[in-house]
Design a protein around this ligand. Structure first.
Ligand code: COA
Length: 194
């Protein structure tokens, strides 16, 4: 899964497939987001992607506690280091469970948290015997690599999916099917422990 579109979009991490220096992966707890987390996550999102913390807080709250939606938080020790959403979207076909809005605090990036938040949500959707969907800007090469590595494949490309339009004009629709029975993928946590 490669994209030839270069990005200057400050909302996305600078693309660096092979960093010269790396920090060790960090141990994190992933759990469903609770109301008390919202102001901190909203401030994190406003710093990382722009916009006002108040607007982000409203958006995060809409995903809390729904029957077909979920917000999850990654915590390193006592610090909220990132969060991500799942929601059942049906504005366009294909309807289904979509991963949206994974964001890791820049100070904690490239230490395995994006992968952990994504694996956690994939397991949640697969537990409902559904495929996992997501859409990513063609400019967001870091995110495309993250999802490819976890087994997502491109199904389509287009200017918008589920009502979300891409600033660069193109996004990719990605899908990951549940692993076949008896061939469950090892999560990064299990790989670290084995
Ligand atoms: C995309 C994002 C969530 C990744 O979070 P992260 O915690 O840094 O990612 P991880 O450390 O778990 O990285 C997992 C893999 O993703 C890929 N990846 C992550 N960041 C990358 C980067 N800057 N350049 C290239 N590949 C990258 C790599 O394959 C990486 O594996 P590796 O470190 O073994 O090479 C983070 O950069 C972010 O918050 N970006 C801004 C918001 C955003 O674009 N969200 C996605 C919306 S679809």
């Amino acid at each position: 899964m490669t994209s030839d579109i270069a990005s200057d979009d400050p909302r996305f991490a600078a693309y660096d497939p092979d960093p010269v220096e790396r920090q060790a992966p960090v141990a994190a707890m992933v759990a469903e987001t609770v109301e008390a987390d919202v102001p901190v996550l909203a401030a994190l999102q406003a710093r990382a992607r722009g916009g006002s913390a108040g607007e982000w807080a409203q958006r995060i709250r809409r995903g809390l506690g729904g029957e077909r939606s979920l917000v999850v938080t990654a915590r390193v020790a006592d610090e909220l280091a990132g969060y991500a959403n799942v929601a059942f979207l049906s504005a366009d076909e294909p309807s289904g469970y979509y991963l949206t809005g994974v964001t890791v605090d820049p100070a904690w990036r490239r230490r395995g948290l994006g992968r952990l938040l994504t694996e956690w949500r994939m397991e949640w959707v697969w537990g409902r015997h559904e495929p996992v969907w997501c859409f990513v800007s063609a400019e967001n090469r870091a995110s495309l690599d993250l999802h490819r590595e976890l087994g997502f494949e491109r199904v389509a490309s287009g200017p918008s999916f589920q009502g979300v339009t891409f600033a660069c004009g193109e996004g990719w629709l990605l899908r990951a099917d549940p692993p076949s029975q008896g061939r469950r993928r090892k999560s990064s946590m299990e790989k670290t422990l084995s």
